[in-house]
Design a binder for this molecule. Structure first.
Ligand code: CAA
Length: 381
């Protein structure tokens, strides 16, 4: 077993680490406070080739493996989760279905724009009545005169309504067999008549990321916008979620690490009872526990990435990593706030934002309870 990173992986990690410190950290608080989408940062990430890390170079992607992608995500989340989820949702949820199941025409049309970051992609699975029960999709798409006519609604869709969003890939019921819904995936470009993005949600965290409800009313897209085989849509999107969970797990590791970084720096600076608080055992125990948990969670996340890169089944490890890291991020950010005392409760200190940003990691891309269901089923329950 080799725990070392390759030179390329280390270079990518260090490049993103440096970028996050230089470009993201100085503006993260303001972007969060003003709920402003980070257009400028996305442009700079695109210039660095970071908006298409795992996609083929022939389409302008980075041609890198999942582990490299996870390293980049971890470094961004260490500094700001809004920027990070913008990249992660665009990459592993929005663009990945087109990479995996797109026809040559679909790939040529979309991948160069998406991999270069000139356009963003969104992933339209969740609906008002189909969240954890993702197969309960009610959105329909009927073929009429060579076009799919889409009707329905989606909810909580990241990156769906920015000025640079190119498309959303959605699940829709395209027919019924023996009473069972036949679910397929479609690409719906932004700007298609009948497809509207609602107002952004007012969220607890991830304030600078774009999250909206979507509606489709007699929205017509060409028959050729079917993504993958008709009727395979649900399984395709479950597979996408498996990969997305590695990215979200990397976000949990990064956020927990960022909280620990801030907590250690503060504890070394803050004095109480005539000493730095880092000298007190109560503070040291928190720091030591969290650091050990981060390292364990990091290794589990990298294992899931390596399994995916090796072409092995990674559903179990990805769900375990997602479950472990989401909870860890909540706990680590809470402890970091605790170490900051009253200062942790005011927004001038990043741990305040980190705490708000952590909670969604136990919910998005499959709740903890869904991860438990996936894990238990794979263990034979
Ligand atoms: N990959 C591929 N196929 C899979 C699969 C996987 N990981 N898991 C199951 N399948 C197949 C099954 O074999 C089955 O195939 P057959 O019909 O041929 O037997 C089919 O898919 C249906 O599987 P299940 O019967 O297990 O499906 P289910 O209805 O019981 O639900 C579930 C499974 C795990 C609960 C699933 O619905 C799920 O993951 N729900 C959570 C949804 C989720 O994560 N949403 C997050 C949205 S994205 C988001 O939050 C991101 C954001 O914006 C930031």
């Amino acid at each position: 077993m080799n725990f070392g990173l390759t030179d390329e992986q280390r270079l990518l990690r260090d490049t993103v680490r440096d970028f996050a410190q230089r470009e993201v950290k100085p503006v993260a608080e303001e972007l969060d406070r003003t709920k402003s989408f980070p257009y400028e940062i996305v442009g700079k990430l695109a210039d660095l080739g970071l908006m298409g890390i795992p996609f083929p170079e022939e389409y302008g992607g980075g041609g890198a493996e999942t582990l490299s992608y996870a390293l980049a995500i971890e470094e961004l989340a260490r500094v700001d989760s809004s920027v990070c989820i913008t990249v992660a949702a665009h990459t592993s949820l929005g663009t990945m279905p087109i990479h995996l199941w797109g026809t040559d025409e679909q790939k040529s049309e979309w991948l160069p724009e998406l991999c270069s970051g000139r356009k963003l992609a969104a992933f339209g699975l969740t609906e008002p009545e189909a969240g954890s029960d993702a197969g309960a999709t009610r959105t329909t798409a009927e073929l009429d005169d060579g076009e799919w006519v889409v009707n329905g609604a989606k909810q909580f869709i990241t990156n769906s309504g920015t000025d640079v969003t190119g498309c959303v890939t959605i699940t829709a019921v395209t027919g019924r067999t023996n009473g069972n819904a036949e679910i397929s995936n479609l690409i719906v470009p932004n700007g298609t008549p009948g497809y509207e993005q609602g107002e952004p949600y007012r969220k607890m965290g991830w304030n600078a990321s774009d999250t909206r409800p979507l509606s489709f009313e007699d929205c017509r897209v060409p028959e050729a916008n079917l993504l993958g085989r008709r009727g395979e849509g649900f399984k395709q999107f479950l597979h996408i979620l498996d990969g997305g969970r590695i990215g979200v797990a990397a976000m949990g590791v990064g956020l927990a690490q960022g909280a620990l970084d801030e907590a250690i720096a503060y504890a070394k600076e803050r004095k109480a009872f005539g000493r730095q608080i880092s000298k007190f055992q109560a503070i040291q125990a928190k720091i030591a526990d969290i650091s050990a948990e981060i390292e364990a969670a990091r290794l589990l996340t990298y294992k899931a990435a390596l399994e995916k890169d090796a072409g092995e089944s990674f559903t179990l490890t990805a769900a375990q990593a997602k479950l472990k890291t989401g909870r860890l991020a909540v706990r680590a950010t809470e402890e970091a706030v605790q170490i900051h005392g009253g200062y942790g409760y005011i927004e001038e200190y990043p741990v305040c934002r980190f705490y708000r940003d952590a909670k969604i990691l136990t919910i998005g891309e499959g709740t903890d309870e869904v991860q438990q269901m996936v894990i238990a089923r794979l263990l034979g329950c």
